[in-house]
Design a protein around this ligand. Sequence first.
Ligand SMILES: O=C(O)CCC(=O)C(=O)O
Ligand SMILES: [Fe+2]
Length: 430
Amino acid sequence: MAASLDPTSREYKRARRHHYKTTKNRTEGFDTDWTPFRVAEKKYKARFPPPDLSDVLDLALLDQARSSEIERAGWKGYADTVLTKEIGLRDAQATNARTRKAFTVTGIPGLVVLPSFVSEGTQRDLILWSLGEHARHPNETNLDAHYFLPPSGLWPTYLHSPETIIQPRAPSLMTSPSSDTSGPRRLVSNAPASPATFSLIRSTPRPSPAPSIHAQPLSAAELIPRLRWANIGWSYHWGTKLYDFTREVQAVGEPFRKVCIEVVRSISWHDVFGSPDVESLDDWGDDGPDWQAWEETYEPDAGIVNFYQTKDTLMGHVDRSEICATSPLVSISLGNAAIFLVGGLTRDVAPIPILLRSGDIIVMSGPACRRAYHGVPRILEGTLPAYLGEGTNVDDGLWAPYARYMDTTRININVRQVFPKGFNPGPSQT
Ligand SMILES: O=C(O)CCC(=O)C(=O)O
Ligand SMILES: [Fe+2]
């Protein structure tokens, strides 16, 4: 059982003390102007008491093969908190012994949940790739602005010689040991991208972020837990929440691309968007509903790998920097489980909490979901599946450092399509 769920554990008692200390001076009505989205975020973020998961959709419970993973984790929700519908899924990978399933959620048309879509072996491959191959030059990470990262990559350096000292970019002030180089991903409010605003977007200046003066020289081992994100494909400028089309686009790593294309081609989109009530959704954009063509036109070209330590959260936000406003966003969960909130087009819509476990995929698509508010208020500590932990039967010694890192980590690979297939952004003017 996760220590935070066990009232006799030190962690539980510490969370209780902290809770009493921080809430004793609250005035009545402190939460009256919170939006429904904010209320849900606060609920699942709470360290004490541990959040009640009775409203959390947990589709892994429908799969007998996952019962030991669920029991071991301790945290669980329910499979019937909201109405879901199983939809058709072509099993593109017939060699996969497990029967994959896909579900839509009534109330959020365009959301598809695919529990356990990624096999255990592919989960390991994606973790290896995310850390070893992807989170390094030329793909930008949150640490690049502040540190001279080794060109061979931080993770390979850590594996090879964990004591290597990594120097900060700015001369550091020996003030506090804390640093603002990791912490939450900063979220900026931006206008939705569209073909009409593209040239304006392209000419908006994107100042480079200033290196932190608080960054201290740290060993590779100390820096690894501060890795928070790595860009995929088009370079994303966090300060303006705009893609930087002046920078060369990187290829989407083949292991990510393969899973995304497989998932989009496997889903029976007719089951998602073909019913009369969903078909009448407007706001598909100038070309109207194009889901029938996704099998051919879907081509991921951007995204982000998020690395969450168990205390990290991701505030509610909308991903609207992509020109394609309805094409599928594929989101893969690896490692520790999380509570994912997904609501509507404003924060005033109460979100649906979904428990996402390792290997689960969600797809956000269409006008009601692709630009819906969503966030991750909680990583559920102690939920790493045994097959990703230390001493697994596939462990030939090489997996051990990955297992140790993953013990307190959730990785999310979040892949989007910025441009419609065939759209040529043309030569840059900036
Ligand atoms: O970690 C997740 O599940 C969601 C991440 C996300 O929403 C994002 O990267 O924009
Ligand atoms: Fe997002």
